[in-house]
Design a binder for this molecule. Structure first.
Ligand SMILES: Cc1ncc(COP(=O)(O)O)c(C=O)c1O
Length: 367
C-alpha cells in the first residue's frame, strides 16, 4: 500500500528532527567509558535538589491525570512575571507552544516568517503545516536581519518568529532593534519572540520583552524551563501574550499537555529562582573562557549570549564532530544549515567537560 499518497502535502517534504546522540548510544557504539554531551544546549548542572524532592513527592499520585489548567503553576508564574494568569499558556516544552501558535493561526496559503538560520523546529513545524514557512537569511554578524524579516511580511503573513538570542548562532538583537522591528510589523500579525535562552543573557541592551506586551498586543513571548532550569527531560515551557489571544490558543492544545511531575518541578524552580543568578554567572564565565581558548586555536567563535557557541573551523564540520565523537565529546555539526562548511555548535558544559572538549579540539588542530 502506498501510504505516501495518503499524506498531506508538506509531510513528505519534512525532514525529521535529528536530536543530539544520547550519551549511552555513543558509549555503546564506540566502546567509550566517559562521554561528554555538549550537543543539545542542556544545563550540565542538573536539576535542583528541591525539584527532585517535589517530583518524588508527586510521584505517588501519577495514577491521576494532571491538572489540565496548570492552575497553581500558572498562578505562581503569573505572580513571578507580574502578568495576569490569563496571559499564560503552558506547553509540553516551548516547542509545543510554537506548534500551537502555528496550528491556531495559519490557514492554507498563509505564511510564517522566521530566520533561515534559526531553531530548526520553525522549519519543521511550518513544513508539516501547509508548507507555510517563509525563511529569511540572517544579516551581518550572524544576527537576525529584522528589517528583512519585517519586509518579508505580506498580507498573508500570520506569524513572525524571532529567536532572541538565536539558536544556533548565539547572537541577539538589541532592545532598540527589536522595538523598531515591532513598530514595522502590522498589528494583525503575531510576533512570537522565542526567548528559550533568556536567563543566560548578560548583555545590558537585550530587550526586556515583558515590558513591551502592553503596547504591543500582537506580541507573544516564549520561554522554557528546559534550559537554565534543567528540566529539559520533563518538557515544560510557556507563552505569555494578550489574554484574548491566549484564551483562543488554549483551545488547540491537548488537554493534559503538561504532566503532573513537570508542573511541580516548574513550581520548585520558581520557589528557587535565586539559583538562576549563579547559573547565569557560571555559564557566562565558562562561555568566555571556552570562546577565548577556541579562538586561540585559530577557530572562529561567534559572540554568544547563550549556553552554546557557534564555532567555524576549516574543512568540514562532519570531520571535526566525528573526530571529537571518537574522543568522547558529542557536539553538533551545523554545516547542513547554511552557516558554513565547518560550522559546529558546542554547548557550554561543566568546567571539566569543557576542558575535555578543548583538549580534543587542540589535538585535532595539532594533527
Ligand atoms: C530557540 C529554542 N526554542 C525552543 C526550544 C525548545 O525548548 P523546549 O525544551 O521548551 O521545547 C529550544 C531547544 O533547544 C530552542 O533552542
Amino acid at each position: 500500500m502506498d501510504f505516501k499518497s495518503l499524506l498531506r502535502p508538506g509531510i513528505l517534504a519534512t525532514r525529521p528532527y535529528s536530536p543530539g546522540k544520547p550519551i549511552s548510544e555513543v558509549k555503546r557504539e564506540l566502546g567509550l567509558t566517559e562521554v561528554v554531551k555538549l550537543a543539545s544546549n542542556e544545563n550540565p548542572e542538573g536539576p535542583l535538589p528541591a525539584v527532585l524532592e517535589a517530583i518524588s513527592l508527586a510521584a505517588a499520585d501519577i495514577n491521576r491525570y494532571p491538572d489540565a489548567t496548570c492552575h497553581e503553576l500558572t498562578a505562581r508564574l503569573a505572580a513571578h512575571l507580574q502578568v495576569q494568569p490569563q496571559q499564560l499558556i503552558f506547553g509540553n516544552g516551548s516547542n509545543e507552544v510554537i506548534d500551537i501558535l502555528i496550528r491556531a493561526l495559519v490557514s492554507p496559503g498563509e505564511n510564517v516568517v522566521y530566520s533561515a538560520h534559526s531553531f530548526i523546529v520553525y522549519q519543521l513545524t511550518t513544513t508539516v503545516h501547509f508548507e507555510c514557512g517563509r525563511p529569511v537569511p540572517l544579516g551581518s554578524g550572524d544576527r537576525h536581519d529584522l528589517d528583512a524579516m519585517a519586509d518579508a511580511v505580506d498580507e498573508r503573513t500570520k506569524l513572525v518568529i524571532v529567536c532572541n538570542p538565536n539558536n544556533p548562532t548565539g547572537t541577539y538583537n538589541t532592545a532598540a532593534e527589536f522595538a523598531s522591528f515591532l513598530a514595522k510589523v502590522p498589528e494583525n500579525v503575531i510576533v512570537a519572540v522565542d526567548e528559550a535562552y533568556y536567563e543566560y543573557v548578560t548583555a545590558e541592551d537585550y530587550p526586556q520583552s515583558l515590558s513591551l506586551l502592553e503596547q504591543n498586543p500582537n506580541l507573544v513571548i516564549l520561554r522554557t524551563f528546559s534550559k537554565i532550569h534543567s528540566l529539559a527531560g520533563l518538557r515544560v515551557g510557556y507563552g505569555v501574550g494578550h489574554a484574548d489571544l491566549v484564551l483562543e490558543l488554549h483551545k488547540t492544545r491537548e488537554p493534559f499537555n503538561v504532566n503532573s511531575l513537570s508542573q511541580v518541578a516548574a513550581i520548585a524552580c520558581l520557589d528557587n529562582w535565586h539559583e538562576v543568578e549563579g547559573r547565569t554567572r557560571r555559564n557566562a564565565e565558562q562561555r568566555e573562557l571556552v570562546a577565548r581558548q577556541i579562538e586561540e586555536l585559530g577557530l572562529e567563535v561567534v559572540p554568544s549570549q547563550t549556553n552554546f557557541l557557534l564555532v567555524r573551523a576549516p574543512g568540514k564540520a562532519g570531520d571535526w564532530t566525528r573526530q571529537l565523537l571518537h574522543k568522547g565529546v558529542i557536539v553538533r555539526p551545523m554545516d547542513a544549515f547554511g552557516l558554513g562548511e565547518g560550522a559546529m555548535r558546542i554547548s557550554i558544559g561543566l568546567p571539566r567537560e569543557n576542558e575535555i572538549c578543548l583538549a580534543g579540539l587542540k589535538e585535532i588542530v595539532g594533527q
